[in-house]
Design a protein around this ligand. Sequence first.
Ligand code: ATP
Ligand code: MG
Length: 383
Amino acid sequence: MSALCIQTKDVTKKFGENVALSNINLSIEEGEFFSFLGPSGCGKTTLLRIIAGFESLTSGSLLIDGQDVSKIPAHKRPVNMVFQNYALFPHLTIADNVAFGLVARGNKDKNDIRTKVTEALQLVRLEQFASRYPQQLSGGQQQRVALARAVINRPRVLLLDEPLSALDPQIREQMQEELKSLQRALNLTFIMVTHDQSEALAMSHRLAVFSAGRIEQIGQPRDVYEKPASVFVARFIGQTNLLEATVKEIGRDFILVDCGQENLFRIPCDDTKTDAKIQLNDSVFLYVKPQAIRFVGTKSPSSGSGGDGINAFDAVVESASYQGHTTEYVLKMKNDCRLKVVAAGLECKSEGDTVQAAFDILDCSFLKAASEKEPVALAYAKV
Ligand SMILES: Nc1ncnc2c1ncn2[C@@H]1O[C@H](COP(=O)(O)OP(=O)(O)OP(=O)(O)O)[C@@H](O)[C@H]1O
Ligand SMILES: [Mg+2]
């Protein structure tokens, strides 16, 4: 395991009475690409600014390379921040913008500065633009200048606040790749703030999902996507189906839940979940991804309860949206719940069709609904 680079211990930040961050405990390893993901106002930028030294802590502590830096000012910390709007100086050339970090830290060796600026511009493939001004570059190119300027001092940690949000989707994808390869090439620790789930999943080694100043889950993208720790994460991290259900039977390795109107489903229940002390008549959310649901012939499988390893249900196609290689359907179940289905383009159902659909019991999971105050209208599915 790599050494720890950033540690926050019970970090809390209040602005007056407003609690922006509450007991944040994070450990980020050296060389990691780590993302803070969450909706607007959940405290992502505040935590980034605390790490950078632009914001003080109300309580708790922050360690960089094992050293408490709470009292160390921003310019003395081994971190650099890339701002959302790039913050380039319009009256300076690209080369002078990139050199700024070195000059500001007292480097007066013109040859050294020239060499380092050339290297930094080569890194982001902009060496031919050295004598231009920022307004003569595209958005993606300006972003790359901001990156070159941020890495020229070889900080230990690069903090990126929504670095790609100003770019249009195509350049954004290209820049995602460039950021990843820059991180690999320099082997720096990157901490990126984003509210874009797919960006966080695609780019990070690990991510933390924030909600209202708290961390809901920390994990690798696959874990967070496939095993969300809460209903909030399941909803936030992408298309998913959440069906409100009541526990009717507790078996050795499964639970049987009732979603209403004879919709009984079997859900695997491993030891960890059993530890969560699921009891009869508990409220839970059945959780199944749209890609896991398929259409089946009306005769098989025999029943909906999952005894044969399959959960099946009857529904009516409420909408069908052709997307090329896939088609997205919204199915209305007998209990009036909606489920989203993403099926291969070959599947062909029309609005109004009565269908039977199914998913393997191993493809579904459940989340306890206990602490969630979910509005009833949202309780079954986010479609
Ligand atoms: N300087 C400040 N004074 C008072 N409140 C602040 C200040 N900075 C942030 N806040 C509040 O702290 C909370 C968290 O803000 P923050 O900027 O960290 O959110 P965010 O997750 O980055 O959101 P976004 O995705 O919109 O950028 C918000 O409620 C915000 O209004
Ligand atoms: Mg922000």
